[in-house]
Design a protein around this ligand. Structure first.
Ligand code: OAD
Length: 234
């Protein structure tokens, strides 16, 4: 029986790296190829919506050729087999966690497979390319659909819920994130203040490394299944 009841997991791009989805800040990452001010801010979308749509269309299309890896599967296994609660908070906008079987999860930075209408405010599932000349299927207004992605300068989703979970956490796991983007980068301090044991599983020490009580470094597809196995046996 695990000594922990409430587990909160935060994941970042590193968990999907071995599936072939680019991270953001590694040497060949997304932000080495694109200026985030051109594709990931509300101002960029106002200035040049086509460029922003092209960027997310390409990333959405890429999801059909990638698959969940051992780290996604181990996280889903933890949710199924742990006797207490497991909440997964992901910064990732891909759909690999849900395809691996995770269900109790919050996409705090949005989802590539959804769009939102700025006219009626509704989000809807979306699997094809998005463009400025498409009408919202719900309210029929033309030109108001945008990626359901949290851009820099916008408030991430589910923040109240996430802080409630962090306040009740016994164990906080941070997996595959550089710990550079707030508010997610501040979750470890919240969980620690609430008395949680804090563990970092990443390829290398993150920016928030000093906040973690336990640190395990290596590729997520290797270290996460081993950690989950040990935790479930504890
Ligand atoms: P980053 O690209 O900043 O960090 C990815 C982390 O994963 C790095 O610390 C890598 O060392 C680590 N990593 C790489 N490969 C790994 C592997 N195989 N196994 C384990 N770890 C590995 O990505 P995030 O921290 O997710 O936001 O970035 C946070 C946010 O910044 C993203 O959600 C995105 C981005 O700008 C928005 O677009 C709003």
């Amino acid at each position: 029986m695990s000594p922990f009841h409430n587990i909160v997991i935060l994941t970042g791009a590193g968990v999907s790296a071995e599936s072939g989805v680019s991270t953001f800040r590694d040497q060949d990452g997304v932000w080495a190829k694109y200026d985030l001010n051109d594709v990931a801010t509300p101002e960029a979308f106002q200035r040049n919506p086509k460029r922003v749509h092209d960027f997310y269309n390409q990333r959405r299309a890429n999801l059909s050729s990638v698959h969940p890896n051992k780290a996604h599967k181990a996280i889903a296994r933890l949710e199924t087999e742990h006797s207490g609660n497991v909440v997964l908070v992901t910064q990732n906008v891909d759909n690999l966690h849900e395809r691996a079987g995770s269900t109790n999860m919050l996409h705090m930075h949005g989802e590539l497979m959804k769009v939102r209408c700025d006219a009626c405010g509704q989000a809807l599932e979306w699997g094809i390319d998005l463009a400025t000349d498409i009408a919202c299927p719900l309210c029929e207004n033309m030109g108001f659909l945008r990626p359901h992605i949290v851009w820099f300068g916008e408030m991430p989703f589910y923040m109240d819920q996430i802080y409630r979970h962090l306040a009740e956490a016994d164990l906080f796991l941070s997996i595959g994130t550089s710990g550079t983007v707030y508010p997610a980068a501040g979750f470890v301090a919240e969980a620690r203040a609430a008395g949680a044991h804090t563990v970092e599983l990443n390829l290398e020490p993150s920016e928030g490394e000093s906040y973690f009580a336990e640190k395990i470094y290596g590729a997520a597809g290797t270290i996460v299944p081993t950690y989950v196995e040990t935790l479930l046996k504890a």
